[in-house]
Design a protein around this ligand. Structure first.
Ligand SMILES: Cc1cc2nc3c(=O)[nH]c(=O)nc-3n(C[C@H](O)[C@H](O)[C@H](O)COP(=O)(O)O)c2cc1C
Length: 219
């Protein structure tokens, strides 16, 4: 290891030690915000969301771990009425009105050619690119898997900065690809309305969640 590499490693370890000194775990309020009380939202207050907020959300989302640091997610934010109108015909009937009302709708996609960026994103093993270049099905599976993880990080990042999320799988992905990503290597994954949720859109109490023993095993 060169001297500068040793210095960079020491600095990286010092950063971890530093934040561990400052914070041990999330407090109860933060856990409520992120997990226990955070809900999926269906109706939106007339309260704007700024571009700076969207940038902050990306700057958190991008920090979530992905395999080989591949970062395959690509996000198209639809804010203008014109952009929303282009999305409208792809939406399932129950997702139309709330999407038109939301201050912003994110189309979360993934890049099947994500591997072209691996030399920059994962310089530790630049040859990782080769197996994806050789097999499009393996590349797409990897992109969808890791892009979905990033989609989940995105929802949690929205909550972390005090925004609400309304995720939606009910749309025609192929039609959205045709409308927004024609001629590119991007493919749609899911949609997420963004804003400040109007409580009128909450239609009932939290649905049942599996207890540990119903979903988990320790062997
Ligand atoms: C990836 C994803 C796709 C979803 N698709 C839809 C959808 O198309 N339409 C809808 O009304 N809700 C959709 N939902 C919302 C879920 O139904 C909702 O999160 C779930 O019922 C649990 O509710 P809660 O998060 O408020 O506890 C989706 C949620 C996720 C995470």
């Amino acid at each position: 290891m060169s001297e500068s590499e040793e210095q960079a490693l020491a600095a990286a370890r010092a950063r971890i030690a530093d934040y561990r000194n400052r914070i041990e775990r999330l407090d109860d309020n933060s856990l409520d915000l992120m997990f226990r009380e955070g809900r999926n939202h269906n109706w939106w207050l007339d309260k704007p969301v700024s571009d700076d907020q969207l940038r902050e959300v990306w700057d958190l989302t991008k920090m979530g771990s992905t395999s080989g640091n591949c970062l395959p997610a690509r996000i198209l934010f639809l804010r203008t009425p014109e952009a929303k109108e282009r999305l409208k015909p792809t939406l399932g009937p129950r997702n139309v009105e709330k999407t038109m009302l939301a201050p912003v709708t994110a189309l979360i996609a993934y890049d099947v050619n994500f591997f072209e960026h691996l030399p920059k994103l994962y310089p530790i093993r630049p040859e990782m690119k080769d197996r994806f270049e050789a097999d499009a099905a393996v590349a797409e599976d990897f992109a969808y898997n890791n892009g979905s993880l990033q989609g989940a990080y995105f929802i949690m990042a929205l909550r972390a900065v005090g925004l609400d999320a309304g995720a939606m799988g009910g749309f025609d992905r192929a039609a959205a690809d045709e409308e927004f990503f024609k001629g590119t290597t991007y493919k749609s994954n899911f949609l997420c309305n963004i804003g400040y949720g109007d409580l009128e859109g909450i239609m009932g109490p939290r649905l049942y969640r599996f207890d540990f023993d119903e979903a988990c095993q320790i062997i």
